[in-house]
Design a protein around this ligand. Structure first.
Ligand SMILES: [Zn+2]
Length: 129
């Protein structure tokens, strides 16, 4: 089961340069922004995307993070979880099917949502014939 508190502690443990957290943003603001999945982190922190990215790269070591992956999903992935884009639940990576063409090899929808999608697809196909 996903525990937001544990995830927050995990993200906090990944801070490599606390000095850079000071200034315009507090550590609390950054941690809260990374632990929410309602909007993009730069929108959440009210920063321009490039500026936000620069700040985050100073605070955390993101050298292994693929460029187009948001920091929220990246840390969630290292933590062993993923967020289903359909039911929006945060679930264990094992609750998702493997898809090789994605950066994390994880399907975007969880296994139970995938089952429902498949059933619906079959229903539509049955109607067509
Ligand atoms: Zn789902």
């Amino acid at each position: 089961m996903f525990n937001k508190e544990e995830f927050r502690n995990f993200v906090e443990s990944k801070i490599v340069n606390l000095y850079n957290v000071k200034g315009s943003l507090t550590k609390e603001q950054i941690l809260t922004a990374i632990c929410q999945f309602d909007c993009n982190i730069n929108e959440y922190l009210k920063l321009k995307p490039a500026n936000c990215s620069l700040k985050l790269h100073r605070i955390f070591d993101l050298s292994n993070k693929p460029r187009n992956v948001s920091i929220n999903y990246w840390f969630l992935y290292i933590f062993g979880f993923n967020r289903c884009y359909k039911c929006q639940k945060i679930l264990l990576i094992s609750d998702f099917c493997t898809i090789n063409r994605f950066w994390n090899k994880i399907n975007k929808e969880c296994k139970s949502c995938n089952k429902i999608s498949k059933l619906n697809r079959n229903k539509i196909r049955d109607k067509e014939y």
